[in-house]
Design a protein around this ligand. Structure first.
Ligand SMILES: Nc1nc2c(ncn2[C@@H]2O[C@H](COP(=O)(O)OP(=O)(O)OP(=O)(O)O)[C@@H](O)[C@H]2O)c(=O)[nH]1
Ligand SMILES: [Mg+2]
Length: 454
């Protein structure tokens, strides 16, 4: 378990904007010495929540490094709950690097990835689920993804969990009291209804995750098919730009191409693969292996077939491969419908949409179908809470499993200890979401996904 450190003794600094040319770039400091360090290189007096104009000067050489605006925000009402200084520099790699070096030389330590947010969590300003939402906000792929992430940032999930926890705590309190009155008859009335309410709430949250995770991660969509059927043309169409090379030469795509596109508010991660053929050549077999991998990882598979020619053996091989993978969502794009039609795909088990990647015909229909595949057509526009993080979903499922176990122990009239153990385990699983019960190792994994300066 993580040992709570009330306050850090060191002061961290990092570049909080991307390193490149921009209007401004920000060097951020957080910690007890943030103000003192800033004042060593910036001589105008800083005041709490005032923006002060001046120059960053290297004390060693008296050289002016940059012309800046500096803000100081005193603890505890800050992002990290510590003293924070933000130096707004000219947005160029050189001034930013030099200002950062200067504050590091005067007592600050370079922040680790996500360390500002980690401090916000460890100092108790936000819980772990909120901290994780910070990354989701930064990486949101569509407006809907952003809405889900911002909801998490506001602590929506933690609020819902409070209600679940309250029910479990009431049962635990009751069971503890009952030790003194073991012959109490009304027991079940006090235990079962709150446990069932808690379980219903968990089930609802878990079922929201299918949608939520889609918004957060995007729908992995593998575009597969025989060579030359128009997979790359379709990718370009869906992206509305020429991303992948298209040519009449079979075997054009050798490497997998991956791009995110927003279709009706839902982010899709499109993966164009090398056309499948099982023949000679190392590069080709690598390509085929990649297609297989793309299919395995995909949430949905777009199988592209050429409707202007009859099915060939390599088409049949792919169809056979996909038929084996029963639970995969497969959509057939019958391409080249602008040409005279030769083949019908009625015998296939999957929904088929006629399209022309050349003219764009049928693309709208295909997009609709793709969205319907993942969300059953429901695109979230409401403010209903969606669990969007697979880690949270896993914890919720564990908690729900323990409640189920507790309820069956009650039904089997097991001793109270059995119930207490499961309720405690359920509470711990919920605590892992918000971070009350979380290992240092897990924290490290979570925060290593952050960028430096966040
Ligand atoms: N008439 C017609 N031609 C198309 C259509 N879609 C693609 N093509 C043509 O078919 C050829 C192959 O297209 P690609 O998109 O490169 O096919 P691919 O499936 O990516 O091929 P590989 O990468 O080699 O596996 C190109 O000459 C395209 O212009 C279509 O809808 N109609
Ligand atoms: Mg291609």
């Amino acid at each position: 378990m993580y040992t709570y450190q009330a306050m850090y003794e060191d002061t961290i600094a990092a570049l909080s904007t991307p390193l490149g040319e921009g209007g401004i770039g920000i060097v951020r400091l957080s910690g007890p010495d943030a103000l003192a360090i800033a004042q060593k290189v910036f001589h105008h007096p800083l005041q709490d929540r005032r923006l002060v104009y001046g120059h960053i000067i290297d004390p060693a050489t008296k050289e002016v490094v940059d012309e800046v605006l500096v803000s100081y925000m005193a603890a505890p009402h800050t992002y990290t709950r510590e003293d924070i200084v933000e130096i707004n520099c000219h947005g160029g790699p050189l001034p930013l690097q030099r200002v950062l070096e200067l504050v590091l030389r005067h007592g600050a330590r370079l922040a680790n990835p996500g360390e500002f947010t980690l401090r916000a969590f460890l100092n108790g300003r936000i819980d772990l689920a909120q901290a994780e939402s910070v990354v989701d906000v930064v990486r949101a792929k569509t407006a809907a993804s952003l809405r889900v992430a911002v909801q998490g940032l506001g602590g929506g999930l933690s609020q819902s969990l409070k209600a679940v926890r309250a029910e479990l705590m009431s049962v635990l309190a009751y069971l503890t009291a009952r030790i003194d009155f073991p012959e109490d008859e009304v027991a079940e009335q006090e235990i079962i209804p709150p446990l069932e309410r808690a379980r219903r709430m968990l089930v609802e949250l878990i079922s929201s995750a299918d949608q939520g995770i889609v918004y957060r991660l995007g729908v992995m969509t593998a575009i597969v098919g025989r060579r030359n059927v128009g997979k790359s043309s379709l990718l370009n169409r869906l992206l509305r730009q020429s991303r992948a090379i298209v040519s009449p030469v079979p075997g054009t795509t050798r490497d997998t191409v991956e791009e995110v596109v927003n279709l009706k508010g839902v982010p899709f991660v499109l993966i164009d693969t090398a056309g499948m053929v099982q023949r000679k050549g190392l590069v080709e077999s690598l390509g085929v292996a990649r297609s297989r991998k793309a299919i395995e990882q995909a949430d949905i598979v777009l199988l592209v077939l050429d409707a202007s020619t009859n099915l060939r053996s390599s088409d049949r091989e792919i169809i056979a491969l996909l038929s084996e993978l029963r639970e995969k969502e497969v959509l057939v794009a019958a391409n080249k419908c602008d040409l005279p039609r030769r083949a019908l795909f009625d015998h296939l088990a999957w929904a088929t949409v006629s399209i022309s990647a050349l003219t764009g015909e049928g693309l709208d229909k295909l997009e609709e179908r793709m969205v319907a595949c993942v969300l059953g057509g429901k695109v979230s526009t409401s403010d209903a809470l969606l669990v969007s993080n697979p880690r949270h979903k896993a914890c919720l499922e564990r908690a729900e499993g323990h409640l189920e176990q507790a309820l069956s122990s009650i039904a089997a009239q097991m001793p109270d200890d059995f119930i207490t153990i499961d309720l405690t385990a359920a509470l711990n699983a919920l605590g892992e979401i918000t971070g009350e019960t979380v290992s240092e190792e897990l924290l490290e994994t979570i925060f290593s996904n952050f960028c430096i300066g966040k």
